[in-house]
Design a protein around this ligand. Structure first.
Ligand SMILES: Cc1cc2nc3c(=O)[nH]c(=O)nc-3n(C[C@H](O)[C@H](O)[C@H](O)COP(=O)(O)OP(=O)(O)OC[C@H]3O[C@@H](n4cnc5c(N)ncnc54)[C@H](O)[C@@H]3O)c2cc1C
Length: 499
């Protein structure tokens, strides 16, 4: 008989675990997500850095330190296999003052202890060569060449799609409301869509992992939201930076990053603000938070793009465990329950390594589940972007499907073909509600200069057509976020309003 595994939460962590588990044939794996799609929680809004692994103290956070370094290496392979846009520009931890070089030296020592390759101190001259836009008065920096960046919104959906391609069942719009435990063993999860039997339940519920854990009788921790606010500039706005740049951390701030995103726009942020435990949805931005980001970024680089070139501000929430320690554990009581909770930064970086750790150390190790490799497992993702194809391939594709010749998102050159392809893949993956955010995560539409002002209605119309629903029923991210209030021209056409 197959071992039944339920994973709660299709963020980058739960989806990575699903992908690793999809390699084994003697498992039945269900990935359960309360939102309309994968990757709509913490994993949607972050800095997107694949950290090298020299910022975690191996004495205080041994697991974080180990899994971050391993995750960095795994993403080299995973981003290629899954076709997640990524680049590896390296990272500069800038010492703005001479005395900050001591802080940089401390992180050099951590790099050595964590086994991070290539990390070294650079003086001002070399710093300015590596990053001409950095503050010319800076004393020097710590250079970490293995740092990368990825399009983090794409990650969880690409991982989930690949897991589904390999046999995992994805259940969006399914909220876990209880965990059934009998005689000290987990038996499954209660949801708004019925009961899922399970021998192993993995809690990867992000900000809500404390609530899920309490449902299994383990209420020993709380997860607090730590907010991070950002600015994004227009893709064409300069000056830019070549590397990932941030300042040496101080006791009061970990500092602000200045980066050039995957889409070529400059991004600055984030703040680190501890919010009350019940503010798990508070992704608002504030004047003070944004001012702080601006001031910090201004100290770090010679030039920022002008404020009028800001196209968006936004905030993400880190799931902060009580003492900064990730809670990755399998329990004796209830047996079969695994917490992967409080996965704060660098959780994006470590996600592939966390997944291997959970499968190898906890499922195979502690729970003693024997796993058999599938003879055929497909590591490759389906994503592609028309704009990135060579000209001949584009012409071929347009010939086969003229929708690839109709540009819908003019800011980012995304075609109707890209959008329809994304919608078809969403359906195949098990997404029930094709939302504007779901299409945005996969294609990048509405992320450019116009932020959807020009193209949103056209994208919503394509969704309406492909999903067979009226335009005003298309939602931003599921029920309650409908695009419109009804058919406003029904009387004009002399028809009866059905709604
Ligand atoms: C501002 C900021 C900057 C960051 N920068 C970086 C960075 O540069 N590099 C890096 O490595 N990391 C970074 N991180 C950290 C990283 O984003 C997180 O560690 C990671 O995204 C956590 O993923 P997750 O899967 O644990 O959580 P989530 O993505 O939140 O996934 C959990 C999922 O569980 C679902 N869920 C919750 N409750 C239920 C329920 N009852 N039933 C069903 N489903 C449920 C949620 O809807 C959600 O989709 C940053 C985080 C923030 C906020």
């Amino acid at each position: 008989m197959k071992t039944r595994v339920v994973i709660i939460g299709a963020g980058v962590v739960g989806a990575s675990i699903a992908r690793v588990l999809s390699r084994y044939e003697n498992l039945e794996v269900h990935l359960i997500e309360k939102a309309v799609d994968a990757g709509m929680g913490v994993s949607k809004a972050n800095t997107g850095i694949i950290h090298p692994g020299h910022e975690d103290d191996p004495d205080r956070y041994p697991l974080r330190a180990k899994l971050c370094v391993r995750g960095n290496r795994l993403w080299y392979q995973w981003t290629q296999e899954l076709r997640i846009p990524a680049k590896w520009p390296g990272e500069l931890m800038v010492a703005l003052e001479e005395e900050d070089m001591k802080v940089a030296e401390h992180y050099l020592e951590l790099a050595r202890r964590n086994g991070v390759p290539g990390v070294r101190l650079v003086d001002r001259d070399e710093l300015l060569k590596l990053e001409p836009n950095v503050n010319p008065n800076a004393a020097g920096a710590l250079w970490a060449p293995t740092a990368g960046m990825m399009s983090s919104p794409v990650a969880a959906v690409a991982l989930t799609e690949n897991a589904v391609d390999n046999g995992v069942r994805f259940h969006p719009e399914t909220e876990v409301r209880g965990i059934r435990v009998e005689r000290g063993e987990v038996k499954g999860v209660e949801t708004n869509r019925g009961f899922f039997e399970a021998d192993v339940v993995i809690n990867a519920a992000g900000l809500y992992a404390d609530k899920i854990s309490a449902m299994a009788g383990i209420d020993t921790f709380t997860i607090r939201p730590r907010r991070g606010q950002y600015y994004i500039f227009d893709d064409d706005a300069g000056p830019k930076v070549r590397r990932i740049v941030h300042q040496t951390p101080t006791p009061t701030t970990k500092g602000v990053y200045v980066i050039t995103e995957m889409n070529d726009g400059v991004m600055i942020g984030p703040t680190a603000e501890d919010l009350p435990e019940d503010a798990k949805d508070d992704t608002s931005t504030t004047r003070e938070g944004l001012e702080f980001v601006w001031e910090m970024a201004k100290k770090l680089v010679k030039g920022l793009p002008p404020r009028k070139k800001v196209i968006r501000t936004f905030a993400g929430l880190r799931p902060e465990p009580p003492d900064g320690r990730w809670i990755i554990e399998a329990y004796d009581d209830p047996l079969g329950f695994i917490n992967v909770a409080g996965i704060r930064s660098p959780g994006l970086t470590a996600a592939p390594a966390i997944a291997h750790y959970v499968v190898e150390e906890l499922i195979q190790g502690k729970l003693d589940v024997k796993l058999t490799q599938k003879s055929s497992w497909n590591p490759y993702g389906r994503g592609f972007w028309f704009k990135a194809l060579p000209r001949e391939k584009q012409a071929e594709l347009i010939k086969r499907d003229p929708a690839y010749g109709r540009v819908i998102c003019t800011c980012r050159t995304i075609t109707e073909g890209d959008i329809v392809n994304a919608i078809n893949r969403m359906k195949r993956m098990g997404v029930k509600t094709i939302s504007l955010d779901g299409v945005k995560l996969r294609t990048g539409v509405m992320g450019g200069t116009c932020q959807g002002a020009f193209c949103r209605v056209r994208i919503a119309s394509i969704i309406a057509r492909e999903a067979g629903i009226p335009l005003w029923k298309v939602t931003q991210k599921g029920e309650g976020s409908e695009y419109g209030i009804g058919d406003v021209k029904v009387l004009l056409r002399g028809e009866k309003d059905e709604e």
